[in-house]
Design a binder for this molecule. Structure first.
Ligand SMILES: [Zn+2]
Length: 466
């Protein structure tokens, strides 16, 4: 009998990591794992958020790393991929299976994560702030490079045998370029078990991302529940953006949009250029000021399955600023036009330099295009702070501040139900993961009431027999 152990994203939204084991006794064949057991890890994400959560990244792996021959990766976001370099540092010698786009985005995101790890450790050592001497990174650039060497890419919709009893197939999850659901078949002598991992499930009818593929039949589903207790606003992103750009032009200055560099920045460019092509807003320059966003935009534009997006993302009015000199060239930019830079919650990055200059001028507009966590400058702006602190200075906020709602990458309650509606037969159990406890509990109730499906909310470390 196979089992699944929930080693992350249980009771919280980060650290996705599930270990599937098919026991040797159930089959005559000898598999990988020394004693004939076969193991596949699905995702290996970093815990993010509170200090208590981040501390978990330092705990020893709850399994023998050397006994894992395969990791199947749903998508490139750090809360799903970010501990892969740590796994390699701890002795992982197997293969990482992902789509091609996920591999390309991982190259960007994992190298960046390694740089942050190294910089944080160096900072703590310089300031003597660490209890551990010297402070170490979770992993470094060399670990990230060795991780990238372990990737094997596979297309959507094709089965891959992970010898001998387990096979997997990717479906499009519509959450981020390359994002996938993972359909897993476990063939033991007397029976076959199918498990579907939703990964992060995207939305229906949003710009740039395709709708999620309908779910294949499965005995069990491991389902994300980030927005299991919420409904996204229904107002069209295009209508919101059109109104925002026109208002910003009336004020006469720059429209600044802080955005996460991978995924969100590309969606914004896509929406803006679509509106310009449709003549709903005038032609304006879009300055993209973030080396990571510039690189990610190239990856998006190069992907053959995103043909129609290519024109919007590489149009002549999109002006890339990768180097520091190119970024400084924007110091005299006064509009009209759009400036997209990161980080999305104003926790760091080039956006801070721009805001220091642009916030005190009432002609400018700042649009917040994503969730703003408590305690960030982004949240302060959203809460109408009169000043925000940047690089030790109190910067007055005279620019207009607006919210762009609905740019979420995650399906809400109704969209999750809609996705499951395509199932001809309900699964035996849906495991609800990747959600805060309230969100997972609300989704459990919804699925029980609206679809009569049995659910289970696993605790961290819990093992379920399948
Ligand atoms: Zn994600």
């Amino acid at each position: 009998m196979p089992d699944i152990a929930f080693h992350g994203a249980a009771g919280t939204v980060t650290g996705s990591r599930y270990l599937v084991t098919s026991r040797a006794s159930a089959s005559a064949g000898r598999g990988h794992g020394g004693n004939g057991d076969e193991r596949v890890l699905v995702d290996c994400g970093m815990f993010q958020g509170s200090k208590e959560l981040r501390q978990r990244n330092w705990e020893p792996a709850p399994f023998d790393v050397a006994q894992i021959p395969f990791v199947v990766l749903t998508h490139a976001h750090i809360d799903h991929s970010g501990m892969l370099p740590r796994l390699v540092r701890q002795g992982f010698k197997g293969a990482i299976i992902s789509t091609l786009a996920t591999f390309e985005l991982c190259r960007l995101l994992l190298m960046d994560a390694a740089k942050i790890q190294e910089e944080d450790a160096a900072f703590l050592n310089r300031k003597g702030l660490s209890k551990h001497a010297p402070a170490l990174p979770l992993f470094d650039a060399r670990d990230a490079e060795r991780t990238l060497e372990r990737f094997t890419t596979r297309p959507y919709d094709e089965w891959t045998d992970l010898p001998e009893r387990i096979s997997v197939r990717f479906g499009n999850a519509g959450h981020l370029l390359g994002s996938a659901t993972v359909e897993m078949r476990i063939q033991e002598t007397d029976r076959r078990t199918t498990v579907l991992f939703s990964g992060d499930l995207g939305r229906f009818g949003v710009p740039l991302n395709p709708d999620p593929d309908p779910p294949p039949a499965a005995d069990y589903i491991v389902l994300e529940s980030t927005y299991g207790d919420r409904r996204h606003p229904v107002e069209s992103l295009y209508d919101q953006m059109q109104a925002l750009v026109l208002q910003s032009m009336k004020r006469g200055g720059v429209l600044v949009i802080p955005a996460f560099a991978v995924g969100r920045a590309q969606q914004l460019i896509y929406v803006l250029n679509t509106l310009m092509r449709q003549k709903r807003i005038p032609d304006l320059p879009i300055h993209l000021d973030s080396p990571m966003a510039v690189h990610a935009t190239r990856i998006y534009a190069a992907h053959p399955d995103e043909q129609e997006a290519r024109g919007e993302l590489t149009a002549r009015n999109v002006i890339s600023h990768s180097t520091v000199e190119e970024s400084k060239a924007l110091n005299s930019f006064a509009g009209p036009g759009i400036l997209i830079s990161s980080s999305g919650m104003l926790t760091g990055g080039r956006i801070l330099h721009h805001l220091k200059r642009l916030l005190p001028d009432a002609r400018n507009t700042v649009a917040l295009a994503g969730y703003q966590a408590a305690g960030t400058r982004g949240r302060d702006l959203q809460d109408h702070a009169a000043t925000i602190r940047i690089h030790g200075e109190e910067v007055p906020v005279r620019a207009a501040v607006a919210d762009l709602c609905g740019f979420s990458g995650h399906a809400d309650t109704d969209e999750i139900v809609r996705w499951l509606d395509a199932l001809k037969q309900p699964p035996k159990t849906i495991f609800l993961t990747h959600g805060e406890p309230e969100a997972a509990a609300a989704l459990a109730t919804t699925l029980q009431q609206r679809k009569g499906i049995a659910t289970r909310i696993p605790r961290l470390g819990e093992v379920a027999n399948l």
